[in-house]
Write a protein that binds this ligand. Sequence first.
Ligand SMILES: *[C@@H]1O[C@H](CO)[C@@H](O)[C@H](O)[C@H]1NC(C)=O
Ligand SMILES: *[C@@H]1O[C@H](CO)[C@@H](O)[C@H](O)[C@H]1NC(C)=O
Ligand SMILES: *[C@@H]1O[C@H](CO)[C@@H](O)[C@H](O)[C@H]1NC(C)=O
Ligand SMILES: *[C@@H]1O[C@H](CO)[C@@H](O)[C@H](O)[C@H]1NC(C)=O
Ligand SMILES: *[C@@H]1O[C@H](CO)[C@@H](O)[C@H](O)[C@H]1NC(C)=O
Length: 374
Amino acid sequence: MAALHRLLNITGVAFTFLCVISPHIASASKGGYWPAYSYSYFPPSQINASLYTHLYYAFVDVDNQTFQVGVSVENQQSIQQFTAQVQTNNPSVKTLLSIGGGGDDSIHTKFAKMAADASSRKAFIDSSIALARNYSFHGLDLDWEYPQDTTEMNNLGQLLSEWRSAVQAEATATGNDPLLLTAAVYFSHSFFVSDIVREYPSEMDKLDWLNIMAYDFHGSWEPKQTGAPAALYDPDSNISTSFGVQSWLDAGLPSSKVVMGMPLYGYSWKLQSAGEVGIGAAASGTGIKDGSVTYSDIRDFIAQNAATEVFDNTTVSAYCYSGLDWIGYDNDQSVARKAVFAKQEGLLGYFFWNVVQDTADWALSRTASDTWDG
Ligand SMILES: *[C@@H]1O[C@H](CO)[C@@H](O)[C@H](O)[C@H]1NC(C)=O
Ligand SMILES: *[C@@H]1O[C@H](CO)[C@@H](O)[C@H](O)[C@H]1NC(C)=O
Ligand SMILES: *[C@@H]1O[C@H](CO)[C@@H](O)[C@H](O)[C@H]1NC(C)=O
Ligand SMILES: *[C@@H]1O[C@H](CO)[C@@H](O)[C@H](O)[C@H]1NC(C)=O
Ligand SMILES: *[C@@H]1O[C@H](CO)[C@@H](O)[C@H](O)[C@H]1NC(C)=O
């Protein structure tokens, strides 16, 4: 996901979604993704599920021959336990099985192939429903990063139409509540790939809601200057959460289907000079870690180094520094402001990637939840 922002420019081209009443109405969504690779050190039983309404099991994969959704050998145990374990802490929390993920290009290639053909779409859809029901999940979440051209966007639309029909048919046949159907999407509804604009299809409204991945705007892949990884506002560019949210609303997606993403991690840089410490300051490379730094580790870094923490009111983001070490991230203040923003925009809610990165006392998950509840 990260490197994509170097390749993509953002555009505000609008189109209109056909409005379809979804059978499943959620009143609010406080979402959190749990990465299955963290099972050994952070089992689902450890999640404070009372701070969430929806928890996503991330991820299950698609077989590149059969196009069926399946569980890897190492995930067999955690997928069986997930729903029961998180519901121990919050019996009303709903769980969704997230399919795909950022990862490498092979995942994108599999999605593109699967969506291009009616029989592979059917294999995918039928197996996804069977898997969700088998393990007592309440829904399915598609994480295809990202359809790259008009054909792939059209095929995504076809997939979503057929998936919605199948989910409805299954609910009718079994008498169960229909499975929720959601997707994690690029932060803006359209973007450029090789100078050609790509727009998500109108069938996005077949979903119950969209999780807008409003993060990774800046990070270690831009070593020469510090940046706000998930700015709510950016006066100098369209790469911001507010722009992304607005682009989806301008495209005609009802605000009640938009869920705003927030990161529970930041990125670090090494400053060139202790005299220049703001967002956009000159940097000489990556800081304390190559790649993302969890919010929990950021709090430890601040405590152990007596780092200076700054809330930047322009971007609505935080940074801290100690000597030449600099980290950009979301803290209590920015998360609270973003939750207020989401509410003011009439959005369905917010979600975090990912829940295991919060502090032991669930600082940001709690701030978001409390702020949302007012
Ligand atoms: C941001 O998007 C708007 C359209 O929504 C466009 O007019 C403007 O030029 C863009 N700004 C930048 C800095 O790309
Ligand atoms: C989980 O969050 C709830 C709600 O804020 C709180 O009452 C409870 O103490 C938390 N549990 C843990 C183990 O942090
Ligand atoms: C399919 O996946 C297998 C296992 O990951 C891999 O070895 C193989 O190369 C893949 N085949 C194609 C056509 O991508
Ligand atoms: C359903 O779950 C059982 C128990 O884990 C497993 O043996 C079976 O293969 C699963 N079937 C499907 C379709 O996932
Ligand atoms: C922060 O920004 C908000 C909204 O842009 C503004 O209302 C507020 O006065 C600002 N606060 C400070 C301390 O500058």
